[in-house]
Design a protein around this ligand. Sequence first.
Ligand SMILES: [Zn+2]
Length: 316
Amino acid sequence: MAHERIPLRLVPEPGPDEPVRRDVGVLGAVEVLPGAVRAALLTRTGVVRERAQAAFDASSADPAVVDAALRAASQVFAGQVPAGVGVAAAGVVDPAAGRVIEVNDAPALRGYPVADRLTELTGAPVRVEHRARVQVLGDRWFGAGRGRRSFASVATGEVLGVGILYDGQVLAPAGGRSGAHMTVTASGELCTCGRRGCWKTVATTRWLRGRAVELGLESGALGDLVTSDEAAALGLVEEYAQNLVLGLATVQQLFACGLFVLHGEALDGGEPFRALVESRLREDALGGGEAPTVVLGEPSDTGALLGAAGLVLSGP
Ligand SMILES: [Zn+2]
């Protein structure tokens, strides 16, 4: 399929007496995923005013497919220039250069200059961060981490990862990752990264479903398991909580986050699962500092977009 290069400018050139005004009351947020771009216009308190989504062919290596999707999703910014646009991008990103370095499942995103493209489209300053790491900024500005200078946000489910706010700053060293490949067991299962015993081999949906099948359970969904009256199901919930804590306890020991906000699948486990994770974490965390607290994040399908918007508020 052929792709025409589409001119990217969306915001009309201002006439001589008509400067495009930046509306500092609104924030822009964009999420870049393999095969999809989502965009939202939000208030400074995190209320989504408008959203749009555009798909692109993830198997294509042509950056023009991403240009087109970005342009389509950016329609939410038509007519006003937000205070800034934050981008939550999947894969490996270079925040300083504002580009995606690589996304495994989407060759067109390799080296993609998303900040430059979005500045052309919106006229606003753009900041880019890794998707797993911006979640913590959503919580920091609009969620359970409001007012805190240090805490962790934890993505659970299909994707596992920890974003850390430390003394007001997102810990995002170049080349740093989100923890899914921390080794938690010396002779564990083979991981997608080729090594053994990574945290994600024992603390994701995939592990939970597989273990439920091994145990002959009807369902491996966390929401079903926590409400089951079968001892094996409840035992599996405990095992899953313990496996999550394998990674969280390490993070607590290193960064003394104090607060862990759970997102994703953990929300299906509700209060029983939260309490289990918290009690296990308190047992595993060594003394000293604030006893760790675990809370459930807001149920939302806009987590990464809120995080991206938080990136604007956290800007220099
Ligand atoms: Zn791994």
